[in-house]
Design a protein around this ligand. Structure first.
Ligand code: ES4
Ligand code: ZN
Length: 330
């Protein structure tokens, strides 16, 4: 729980807890199809990625103003800091907001306002990763990238998320080329529900530097060999995999086998308000269900800082890494 760690796979919209959702709904005059927070929580039972996404997009309707986005970030950072997170690279889904008539500037300035005081307020360094919804068109993604141009100083990377199957990475080749030209780093969700081929495409066609999830690489031994050889970080999300039924139970999660294979695994929370826990909760859960020993946990924490986009601040990375090495498990 308190082991220093970097969170590298976190959708800020997925940190919207029922209590905040109801408070924002009231403040903004948005009607929710649930009477109480308990009733809403009871709806958090998912069959697959799409059944989750349906609720995730519906509940975002309560996010309308800069202040809403800033409050969302502040609430997340407080929880993350309490669970040992020292650095967070945070996804957001601009198209999920602009489609509802919320301007992209409202989203980014609201998030940015809370993020710029995060080190001071929470002791967490942060970056922002702008994700494109892969079930929308490449043109929509290009338009979003264009609309984000006045705010690029706040954004370090782009990502690709939402419904994976049927929307292969190659669909977004042009978008990733344009982002590269703008000096942005690149990640993408691949191999969560989609086949190993999507992971190859994300690497070969999009040039991603980390793979978000990447779980299904295990079906392709040659791909595993390549990911190990190239030390490509995978941002795994164990509790998410259980809730979205990618794995049957946490005890069945292949994380130990992936570590043993030499894959550069990290443990993250994905959508913690929906999936039963934040970064530290994910660490505790895999420790308990998979009997990970302290050195395996330390490796996961070390991996998270090694995979972080901290190339412009290697001193900071070294400081975080030395905190990991100095950590005493009790
Ligand atoms: C997501 Cl778990 C997951 N997968 C793909 N897209 C997402 N957006 C938010 N959570
Ligand atoms: Zn995700």
């Amino acid at each position: 729980m308190h082991l220093p760690k970097a969170e590298l796979h976190l959708h800020i919209e997925g940190t919207l807890e029922p209590e905040l959702a109801f408070a924002l709904a009231e403040r903004n005059g948005v009607a929710l199809p649930y009477a109480t927070t308990d009733e809403l929580r009871a709806a958090y039972r998912f069959d697959d990625l799409q059944s989750f996404l349906d609720l995730y997009y519906a509940l975002m309707a309560v996010l309308r103003t800069e202040e809403d986005f800033a409050e969302l970030v502040d609430a997340y950072l407080a929880r993350a800091a309490a669970q040992g997170v020292r650095h967070a690279e945070i996804f957001f889904d601009p198209q999920a907001h602009t489609a509802r008539g919320v301007p992209i500037g409202t989203v980014i300035e609201g998030l940015g306002r809370a993020l710029e005081r995060s080190e001071e307020t929470h002791g967490v360094s942060t970056q922002l990763i702008m994700c494109f919804l892969r079930d929308l068109s490449a043109e929509s993604a290009l338009g979003t990238l264009d609309a984000a141009k006045p705010y690029l100083h706040r954004i370090s990377a782009i990502g690709l998320d939402s419904a994976e199957v049927g929307h292969p990475p190659a669909k977004f080749r042009e978008v990733y080329e344009a982002a590269t030209a703008l000096g942005l780093r690149k990640v993408a969700h691949a191999g969560e529900e989609g086949p190993p081929e999507y992971i190859r495409e994300a690497l070969d066609v999009l040039g991603v530097e980390r793979v978000d999830h990447g779980l299904r690489c295990l079906e392709d031994p040659e791909l595993v060999e390549r990911l190990v050889a190239d030390r490509v970080p995978l941002t795994l999300c164990p509790l998410s995999n259980v809730r979205l039924r990618t794995v049957d139970t946490l005890a069945d999660h292949p994380l130990p086998a992936m570590l043993a294979a030499g894959l550069h695994c990290t443990v993250n929370s994905d959508d913690p308000a929906y999936f039963g826990g934040y970064a530290g909760d994910n660490f505790d859960a895999v420790r308990d269900a998979l009997a990970l020993d302290p050195e395996q946990l330390r490796t996961l924490a070390r991996n998270s800082f090694e995979a972080a986009f901290l190339d412009h601040d290697e001193e900071r990375r070294a400081r975080y890494l030395s905190e990991v090495e100095a950590y005493a498990f009790d």
